[in-house]
Design a protein around this ligand. Structure first.
Ligand code: FNR
Length: 187
């Protein structure tokens, strides 16, 4: 069994990125366990809090899930041509203390997907993710990109309704799962 953890970089109820992630979850093969987790509840990183109390519970529980995972799928919006602060903040907490990075992120296969109502498909955010994934020691999936432009018209309240995007996403999911299995860090 392969376990993939996924989280959305948007906290919005009607988030296009959360809907994209949910669509990806629905396309996972039967022998994959997909765990949809949330970064909601992770406070702003504060070195004083870390020193006095260690990582908050929301961070510790997410770290446990990532340490046991075979892959991580992040659906990241693009804010001001980069990574939204809310998700970067979560990553920063998850990367602490530095001695824990190998256990949580080290050699972990990671893919980033994204949706925007705009034209750029979140390409600039995905580019901004690369040095972060590198710093964490992950195995960044560099297969085909999953970038969704004009997403406002492709989703409704029930989720992804555009067939062409679903097909593209299905191919992406298949290729990422293959990559995660080929680069599995757990025996
Ligand atoms: C945006 N948005 C945006 N879109 C984009 O394609 N490139 C960008 O640089 C930005 N910048 C940006 C900054 C801020 C602060 C916000 C709030 C929004 C629009 C963004 O793609 C849109 O709000 C998406 O719907 C956000 O993703 P979710 O919440 O739908 O998943």
């Amino acid at each position: 069994m392969t376990t993939i953890v996924g989280f959305s970089g948007s906290l919005r109820t009607e988030s296009l990125n959360t809907k994209l992630l949910e669509a990806a979850a629905s396309l996972m093969p039967d022998d994959v366990t997909f765990e949809l987790v949330t970064i909601r509840g992770i406070p702003l990183y504060d070195g004083d809090v870390e020193e006095k109390e260690g990582s908050p519970e929301a961070v510790r529980s997410l770290k446990g899930r990532l340490a046991a995972a075979d892959g991580l799928l992040i659906a990241s919006p693009e804010y001001n041509h980069s990574i939204p602060g809310v998700v970067k903040n979560a990553i920063d907490w998850l990367s602490r203390p530095p001695k824990e990075i190998p256990r949580v992120f080290g050699r972990l296969p990671v893919a980033v997907i994204g949706a925007t109502p705009g034209r750029g498909g979140t390409a600039l955010a995905q580019a901004a993710w690369l040095p972060v994934l590198h710093a964490l020691g992950t195995r960044a999936f560099s297969g085909r990109a999953m970038q969704v432009s004009g997403a406002g018209a492709l989703f409704d309240t029930t989720g992804l309704k555009d067939e062409e995007t679903r097909k593209r996403l299905a191919t992406f999911v298949t290729e990422f799962i293959t990559f995660a299995r080929e680069n599995r860090r757990h025996e």
